[in-house]
Each structure stands twice: as structure tokens, then as C-alpha cells.
Design a binder for this molecule. Structure first.
Ligand code: ZN
Length: 136
């Protein structure tokens, strides 16, 4: 496994909706939210199902951790002086359906349609940030 960066992004604390997602990351489990009424899956966690408008009855379920690059951009100018560049921000469409805004790690050239799998950056508070690497 490639070492994670020294300067991790600032990640906000979880709230009522996102804490179940973050709790799963402590075990390196990537989850998506599934509706108990219509079985649609979505991300990020919301109070309402985007497919059927049901309130409540949404639960975090394990995702495959596999997907493909839907879009990406390579950042050459860092938002903070201590963040090394270049790095790649990608929209990854999970095989489960939802799109995740994430990083490609380690930094390397990718293109739309490339297959990727989840890997993790461990945060100081015990949570982990899902990032993706190309599958070979
Ligand atoms: Zn639904």
C-alpha cells in the first residue's frame, strides 16, 4: 500500500446524517445509503430518498468499493502552501450507482472510464477518508 500524504485534508465532524458513514470508515468499509422503501442507493447520506421521497428508512449498507472514473481534474496550484501538487480530484461512479468526489492516490494519470478501487487515508481521529487507485 502506498503511504498516505502527511498533510491530510480537513474533514468536518460527522452529524446525525453522516456519522453512520464515518463510523464505517473506521473499519475501512465504504458504505452507501439504501432506501428501505424502494431500494435505491445514494451518496452522500440524506434525510430523504432522492428516488421516492421517503423520509427515514434509509440505512448505510456496504458498497463494493469498485467503480470507474467519471470525470477528473489535476490540481497544480494548492489551496494551502503545505499541500503538495500535483494531485488528482476525481468523480468516481461506484458500481453501486452513486458518485463520490474523491482523490486518486497515489497521484498518476487517469482517464475517464478507468477502473478504480477504494483505498484509505487514516485520519488522526480514527475515521478514514476513502480515496481511489486504478485497478491493474
Ligand atoms: Zn426510496
Amino acid at each position: 500500500m502506498t503511504a498516505q500524504p502527511e498533510n491530510l485534508p480537513d474533514v468536518p465532524a460527522g452529524d446525525d446524517l453522516t456519522t453512520p458513514f464515518w463510523d464505517a470508515t473506521r473499519e475501512h468499509r465504504l458504505t452507501v445509503q439504501r432506501c428501505g422503501a424502494c431500494a435505491a442507493v445514494q451518496h452522500p447520506p440524506r434525510a430523504v430518498c432522492l428516488a421516492c421521497s421517503t423520509l427515514g428508512g434509509l440505512a448505510q449498507v456496504d458498497a463494493s468499493g469498485l467503480g470507474e472514473v467519471d470525470s477528473f481534474t489535476v490540481v497544480h496550484r494548492a489551496p494551502r502552501a503545505d499541500v503538495p501538487t500535483p494531485y488528482t480530484i476525481a468523480r468516481v461512479r461506484l458500481d453501486d450507482g452513486p458518485i463520490l468526489l474523491t482523490r486518486i492516490h497515489p497521484h498518476q494519470e487517469v482517464t475517464i472510464g478507468d477502473r478504480v478501487e477504494v483505498t484509505w487515508w487514516d485520519l488522526p481521529d480514527g475515521r478514514a477518508l476513502p480515496v481511489f487507485r486504478p485497478t491493474t
